[in-house]
Design a protein around this ligand. Structure first.
Ligand code: ZN
Length: 134
């Protein structure tokens, strides 16, 4: 893994959470993006190279809606940048980690992403992400 790329936080209301995090971080979010395939609306903040991704469910069967039902609002995942996501998927598979999606897929913020199941990572959902060329 190259570095901690972002921290994902599940929120009930993106508008309210944006206002809260703007006050908390002392800066505005730099983008809002909907990822329909994941059932989420996201908003991104950046603090000295590390991003905060706020995630709001865009449908009732969204993984974020399920997460909030079960655990409430709060930290949802840690995302680490990798140089080559295909290679990383193979590596973590061989290391015995359970993947949520076996193939990398398109995520928010111009990235290919893959998740490791929290069952195999000490209860923390881990996202691997590789930035796509712009
Ligand atoms: Zn993420």
């Amino acid at each position: 893994m190259e570095k901690l790329e972002h921290i994902g936080i599940a929120v009930k209301n993106l508008g309210q959470a944006n206002a809260l995090f703007e006050r908390l971080l002392g800066k505005a979010h730099y983008k809002i993006e909907e990822v329909a395939s994941e059932g989420v609306r996201t908003s991104f903040f950046e603090v000295n190279g590390v991003k905060i991704e706020l995630l709001e469910a865009s449908s009732s069967n969204s993984p974020i809606a399920k997460f909030i039902d079960k655990r409430g609002e709060g930290i949802h995942h840690l995302a680490f940048e990798v140089a080559d996501i295909k290679q990383s998927i193979e590596h973590y598979k061989q290391q015995g980690f359970e993947l949520i999606n076996a193939e990398a897929k398109k995520g928010a913020d111009n990235k290919m992403i893959c998740f490791l199941h929290p069952k195999s990572t000490g209860g923390v959902l881990i996202e691997l992400c590789q930035e796509l060329p712009k």
